[in-house]
Design a protein around this ligand. Structure first.
Ligand code: V47
Ligand code: SF4
Length: 402
């Protein structure tokens, strides 16, 4: 493996400090690094060193495979009872008449699902603001209607932020609530709402909504029901490196207990049009270091995802050499959460061929997956119709581009 040879070269580098060498040796031996070592990496690990370690872990776990899926998003509303300081997307309920506010009805949301009838999508991702009229009963009906209409469509829906709110309103326990949500047809939970777990930061940027402890507990209960979920971390604002490590540590501990997390998704703070606009965004070097340290630290997570609409296509390509093995999906142009925060991609939409090209051009193998990482197609050697025209390949199978 290329990455093993690179790690060997790094380990024999006489200029490497003793501390960094010891950490590199641990990673080479498949040993877990400690929280102190995690902070040390954030403080002292330079990009090439971290990339070598993270790529070693990535290739050990996933080889050159780089996953994507075909999904679309429904964002029920951008009105929200909460007022997170980093959020560019939400409008407070008192702004419900603003031109850029929306709150879909059940029918609106179902019509979005119906628009995808006959199209080869495998997942619908449903997350938005928190509104009192979207109560437990509303969501149960939404999910069960989607499943009755298209049973094979994977419903990845809502975060502990919404669940905490609707279960409290319905006066039921988390356990009872998650059981009802599972029964209504939700297949997995997305990773949102995690932000930074530590109260010192959380209380400043996301006061009132569920605490870090509650976020973790709801995922734990979901995992105990035999279900899977993702996890995120919103970084690059007022947190210190040790807050990031604390966040990663709590995820690693829960994953040891349940094994229910599939993917970790670092989310870079974007500063456009929110109450934290005065804070400078992290640099690309810092973003790549963060992906790499996340990959090294979370030794019990199978996947690390770069969410390309937010980070942009080119950084997503680079991230594949820094521990990332998943770049999310075709998305369509159905998500506004990042474009409103100043993300790279204003109308994020890539078709399968574009995603495949993005991955192949940096020497990795594009694998279409379903939400649970079952392999649906390996596009490593696929020749698309356009390739056939431009490059004159006739002998390889040609697939249609959806
Ligand atoms: O929880 C909000 C973040 C999250 C900003 O599970 C911001 O596959 C940066 O969780 N700058 C929601 N981030 C999105 C999310 C997600 C996205 C893609 C895939 C998956 C998955 C999950 O967006 C929120 C919050 O942390 N967010 N505002 C901002 N200004
Ligand atoms: Fe509401 Fe979510 Fe925005 Fe917070 S991040 S204000 S909970 S939509």
């Amino acid at each position: 493996m290329r990455s093993t040879a690179q790690l060997d070269i790094l380990l024999s580098d006489p200029t490497l400090s003793e501390e960094l060498k010891q950490i590199a040796q641990k990673v080479a031996d498949g040993q877990r690094i400690t929280p102190e070592e995690g902070v040390f990496l954030f403080e002292h690990g330079e990009l090439a060193y971290l990339g070598t370690l993270a790529n070693f872990v990535r290739e050990k776990k996933n080889g050159d495979f780089t996953y994507f899926n075909r999904n679309f998003h429904i964002e029920p509303t951008n009105l929200c009872v909460y007022d997170c300081k980093f959020c560019s997307y939400s409008r407070l309920i008192k702004q419900r008449d603003a031109a850029d506010s929306w709150a879909y009805t059940m029918e609106d949301m179902l019509n979005i699902v119906y628009q995808y009838d006959g199209k080869p999508v495998t997942e619908v991702h449903i997350v938005g603001g928190v509104l009192p009229q979207y109560d437990l009963e509303f969501y149960q009906k939404l999910f069960s209607t989607i499943k009755a209409h298209r049973p094979e469509l994977h419903v990845k829906a809502l975060t502990p932020v919404e669940y905490h709110y609707i279960f409290k309103k319905a006066k039921i326990s988390y356990e009872e609530g998650m059981r009802l949500i599972k029964e209504s047809g939700v297949d997995s939970l997305p990773g949102g709402g995690a932000e930074i777990f530590h109260p010192e930061i959380r209380e400043q940027i996301a006061n009132d909504k569920c605490t870090g402890e509650q976020w973790l507990r709801l995922h734990e209960i979901w995992h105990e029901l035999g279900m899977r979920s993702n996890a995120t971390m919103l970084y690059g604002h007022i947190e210190k490196f040790w807050h990031r490590v604390d966040h990663l540590e709590q995820l690693r501990q829960l994953q040891d207990k349940t094994g229910g997390f599939q993917t970790f998704i670092p989310l870079k703070f974007r500063n456009q049009d929110n109450q934290m606009s005065h804070i400078a965004e992290s640099t690309t070097v810092e973003d790549l270091r963060n992906y790499a340290i996340s990959r090294i630290y979370l030794d019990n997570f199978d996947h690390v995802k770069a969410y390309w609409p937010m980070i942009g296509r080119q950084v997503a390509q680079m991230s594949l050499a820094f521990g990332v093995d998943d770049i999310d999906g075709t998305i369509d142009d159905t998500t506004k959460i990042y474009s409103m925060a100043g993300a790279e991609e204003q109308n994020p939409s890539l078709n399968t061929q574009q995603l495949v090209d993005m991955i192949r051009r940096v020497g990795r193998k594009p694998i279409e997956r379903d939400t649970l990482y079952n392999v649906l197609a390996d596009y490593t050697d696929t020749v698309f119709e356009e390739d056939k025209q431009f490059r004159g390949y006739f002998e390889l199978p040609v697939i249609s581009n959806n």
